[in-house]
Design a protein around this ligand. Structure first.
Ligand code: FES
Length: 102
């Protein structure tokens, strides 16, 4: 059975928004795409830049520094210069909370 750990209240990450989340030693980024939540590593896989400074385009996240886009579902890097996928995490939404599923 999955271990669910709360990471955020739903109201704190509205559609079209990003929310930085800390869990243990991990820096994560929660994205709300039209009511669907995605959880990925906060830092870009290309250089040490927070993707919180980037912007959402549909279910992709664009890095503010060099413009690489990442697929929020898979973490895949869709454009150069980034080539390494982001770590993605499963989430479950219940009772107004978003949980990471470990
Ligand atoms: S730091 Fe994100 S694409 Fe270069």
């Amino acid at each position: 059975m999955a271990n669910l750990i709360p990471v955020a209240h739903q109201v704190d990450c509205q559609p079209g928004q990003l929310l930085r989340v800390k869990m243990q030693d991990k820096r994560l980024l929660l994205a709300n795409v039209d009511g669907t939540y995605y959880l990925v590593q906060e830092m870009c896989s290309h250089e040490e830049v927070s993707l919180y400074l980037g912007c959402l385009h549909g279910d992709t996240l664009k890095c503010s520094l060099h413009g690489s886009r990442f697929d929020l579902k898979t973490g895949a890097a869709l454009d150069a210069p980034a080539t390494i996928a982001l770590q993605t995490y499963s989430v479950v939404v219940a009772d107004g909370q978003v949980f990471i599923s470990l």
